[in-house]
Design a protein around this ligand. Structure first.
Ligand code: SF4
Length: 329
């Protein structure tokens, strides 16, 4: 242990259930090179101790494209000129059929995702989603259903909460103080945070994280991690930006793998007991390093593809999850 840097040794106190100080996190954030591997080793130990189970879920993009919002990274924004499938909300049979396929691959969490600002009223589309959730529960009682439908009002949040969903996904994406600059000017981060608070008050689990590689600083990432702690979200999905042609970030330079791994490890130290999921960018951006990233404190993954980009087959991911178990006691 002699060569391990002092801030990392100090951070081992997380394994004794002691919260880590912001000062120590800031110091760990300056580590470089091989010291990062020592940090990842600690993050993996923390994951193995406090969050050993690996969670996989699959999402369906039930309504794609033509979004009125201008999120800089998103190929589904009508403000961008990206090549993306555009289709209205799937019908109930299509949604249930997709849930059936996911169920048959052995994944027991299924998320319904729609493009767009969100739902302020229980309109026809929203009602169709509610009815689809009912039918999925009826046909596959053991399956968890999640939803990601954008910003909600008290009315729509209450209607959804009555449907016994496991988690609602709505990301803060980055440091909330820089949301306008880094993400979108057509809606306000306060509306997203309000949706999170509404759902938590209604007893719905919240899945909320963000994207790395938007042009944010390490301090922004740490601010995001602490904002998620303040919100006490249940699951934290972390995405790596895939710059998509036609979006405002198509020319964004790629964040080095070591920096992303370090960020994942810091998230695990700040959130020792939470589920942290590696979402988009695992296969397409991390390529040969996705296994390393899964050992940087992550204990969950999206499998079977993303909203507008392909992923790996669930069968292959199931074998990958089994192999990861060899790195925990
Ligand atoms: S992230 Fe969601 S709200 Fe933003 S542009 Fe894409 S679909 Fe619209």
């Amino acid at each position: 242990m002699n060569n391990i840097k002092t801030p990392i040794l100090d951070a081992y106190s997380v394994l004794d259930d002691k919260p880590i100080s912001r000062e120590l996190i800031d110091s760990l954030a300056t580590l470089e090179g091989e010291d990062i591997l020592d940090l990842l080793s600690l993050a993996n130990k923390v994951r193995a101790k406090y969050a050993p189970e690996i969670h996989a879920c699959t999402i369906m993009n039930a309504k794609s494209g033509e979004c009125s919002q201008n999120c800089k990274f998103c190929s589904q924004s009508a403000h961008h000129d990206s090549e993306v499938d555009v289709y209205p909300l799937a019908n109930i049979n299509e949604i249930v059929q997709r849930a059936q396929t996911v169920h048959d691959t052995g994944v027991n969490s299924f998320g319904i995702v729609t493009s767009g600002f969100g739902f302020k009223t229980v309109n026809d589309d929203f009602q169709r989603i509610l009815d689809s959730i009912d039918l999925i529960h009826e046909k596959f009682p053991e399956m968890n259903v999640c939803a990601s439908l954008g910003i909600l009002s008290e009315k729509t949040a209450t209607a959804l909460a009555a449907k016994n969903i496991l988690h609602y996904n709505i990301n803060i994406q980055t440091n909330p103080d820089r949301y306008d600059e880094l993400i979108s000017t057509t809606h306000n981060i306060k509306d997203r945070i309000n949706t999170i608070k509404l759902l938590k008050d209604l007893g719905v689990g919240v899945c909320c994280g963000g994207i790395l590689g938007l042009g944010e600083t390490m301090t922004d990432r740490i601010e995001m991690a602490y904002a998620l702690k303040d919100l006490d979200v249940d699951v934290i999905p972390l995405n790596i930006l895939i710059p998509i042609a036609g979006t405002a970030l198509e020319k964004q330079s790629l964040t080095p793998v070591a920096e992303i791994a370090k960020t994942f490890a810091l998230f695990r130290l700040i959130h020792p007991k939470k589920t942290i999921k590696f979402a988009a960018g695992r296969e397409t951006r991390m390529k040969d390093f996705q296994g390393l990233l899964m050992l940087a404190g992550v204990n969950g993954m999206l499998t079977g593809g993303y909203l507008t980009t392909r992923g790996r087959d669930t069968e292959e991911d199931n074998a990958f999850i089994d192999d990861l178990k060899g790195f925990a006691k």
